[in-house]
Ligand binder design. Sequence first.
Ligand code: NCD
Length: 311
Amino acid sequence: MHEVEHILSTDQFGRDELLALFEQADEMEKILEVGGEDVLHGKIMATLFFEPSTRTRFSFESAMLRLGGRVISNADMANTSSLKKQETLEDTGRTVSQMADVIVMRHPDAGSVAKLASFCDVPVINGGDGPSDHPTQGLLDLYTIWKEKGSLDGLTVGMVGDLKFGRVVHSQCKLLKEFDVKFIFVSPKGLEVPAEIAEELADAGCEIELSENLEEIIEKMDVISMTRVQEERFEDKSDYEKYAGAYVLDESLMKKAKNDAIVIHPLPRVDEISPEVDEDPRAKYFEQPKNGVAVRMALLKKLLIGENDNL
Ligand code: NCD
């Protein structure tokens, strides 16, 4: 099998690649303003989703369609694909890669997307593998910060909520460590950021502060990155109930935040950001989906026609 470039992990992206990607995403935003471009004409993307999704799947599909490509999609692979008939991921990968030029997959098991990719001779993109990683969400989050703050260096980024199971948190951390960033982790006891990620950040020379009290520490944050408690990752649902509602970002907390702070959230939200915050100009979470389309357009273009030399 020939060497294929996949997007499986945030570890693949260094500082220069990230900055080049953000420039490309800016170009894609200009293309979006005129409705799209036909550069991926004749190309087909397959989306294989084994877990619920609104933004990630639509975002990839929208990106592909905006670039003139086409899409074949299964939003419920777990119940409506041949895996239900005991087919292995290997055989599914081999099969779908005969029919598509690029595959996007989401799956509840860490490492499963990389496993499928090893049997595919077309690029495979990780759309989220269990609690592990969600590289393209991390990329669009950093793109949002870069756009809003002008740079990623010198920022204090607060991550709030389920830092243990939140794969987006893990992806953001691994990407942000490429920059001069200070981390503040705010989580309830039991949902702290995994030790191996904290170690990775410390090894990269990043300063880390831990807290359980958002109210006390919010004033230090340039970026407030919220995440929901990941209900589907708890084996015992009563444990989830313990944490639900642990942090709620509301108007009174926003009064304590910096005037030029920004609030990001990958969505979906449950109750961790009160709707009254939506109208606050510092709230950027409803701008992130559009940024996500631009970032995914840049990635698809790069994978399928390899035009972006610096990436
Ligand atoms: C996130 C995910 O699926 O990990 N959502 C997304 O992709 N926009 C975050 C979440 O589900 O909490």
